[in-house]
Each structure stands twice: as structure tokens, then as C-alpha cells.
Design a protein around this ligand. Structure first.
Ligand code: FES
Ligand code: FES
Length: 150
């Protein structure tokens, strides 16, 4: 058993040392908003926050999380997250939706660190989040919109 701090709660989870955080979140904790895409840190669909930083949970061993705070799409909150979610809705960003929890987690981490990102900063921060529906133009516009709202 290991203790993980997820969305503000300390939780005991059964996990082998090398079990990826993604599978603990999905299979043990039922937090299925975080998606499996590639399993090798190439698509971004599994993005969560560790102490506010965007990380790929598919390649993060649960045992390596330690005392850091894990935040998933189910628990992300605060004014930046609200602004991002409102902008996503206003600009109707989502198509099939599969990649979008990862996109939102990366966007929130970016805007927390860089309140008014340029196009180049957005592209650099979001480049690891793939979208098979090619919503990239709307994602970039929604990040600018959220930045304006903040
Ligand atoms: S599932 Fe983790 S980056 Fe693709
Ligand atoms: S909205 Fe379909 S994969 Fe991104």
C-alpha cells in the first residue's frame, strides 16, 4: 500500500512500486477523466498535475510521487482552471473530447506559470498534447481568451 495525495485527499492505494500513476488513478481510484493514449509519454492525454506541474501520468511510477499533490481533471480548481474551462466552453473547443482533459491540465499549468503567453509559448507548452480531431487552433484561441479573462 502507498499513500497518495489526490485532489486534496490522502488515499491509501495498493500499488506495486512500478505501477504507473495513471493506472492507480483510473483503476484503483476510479478517476477515469485522465485518459490512456499511448503509454509512452508521447500524446499527453494522461496529463495530471504534480504540485501544479503538468506531468504524464502514464510514465510516472506511483511510488515516485511521494508527498507531492496530485491533481486530476476531476479536482482541478481555482480561478485559472475556471477561466480555462469557461473559455473552452465559450469557444466550443472540444470535438470527440478524448484528449481534452490532458489539454486542459496542460493549459492550466501554462497559465499558472505564464499569465499572458505568446503563441510561441502556447505552442511550446502544448506541443506534447496531441489531438486527433485537430482542435489546435481553438485550443490556442481559448488559452488567449482565458488569459484575457484573468
Ligand atoms: S498516455 Fe501518457 S502521454 Fe500518452
Ligand atoms: S478532441 Fe478528439 S482527440 Fe482531441
Amino acid at each position: 500500500m502507498a499513500t497518495l495525495h489526490v485532489n486534496g485527499r490522502a488515499l491509501q492505494v495498493p500499488a506495486e512500486p512500478d505501477t504507473p500513476l495513471l493506472w492507480v488513478l483510473r483503476d484503483e481510484l476510479g478517476l477515469t477523466g485522465t485518459k490512456y493514449g499511448c503509454g509512452v509519454a508521447q500524446c499527453g492525454s494522461c496529463t495530471v498535475h504534480l504540485d501544479g506541474q503538468a506531468v504524464r501520468s502514464c510514465v510516472m511510477p506511483a511510488a515516485a510521487v511521494g508527498d507531492r499533490q496530485v491533481t486530476t481533471i476531476e479536482g482541478v480548481a481555482g480561478k485559472v482552471a475556471r477561466a480555462v474551462q469557461e473559455a473552452w466552453n465559450r469557444l466550443d473547443v472540444v470535438q470527440c473530447g478524448y484528449c481534452q482533459s490532458g489539454q486542459i491540465m496542460s493549459a492550466v499549468a501554462l497559465l499558472t506559470e505564464v499569465p499572458k503567453p505568446t503563441d510561441a509559448q502556447i505552442d511550446a507548452a502544448m506541443t506534447g498534447n496531441l489531438c486527433r480531431c485537430a482542435t489546435y487552433v481553438r485550443i490556442r484561441a481559448a488559452i488567449h481568451e482565458a488569459a484575457r479573462a484573468l
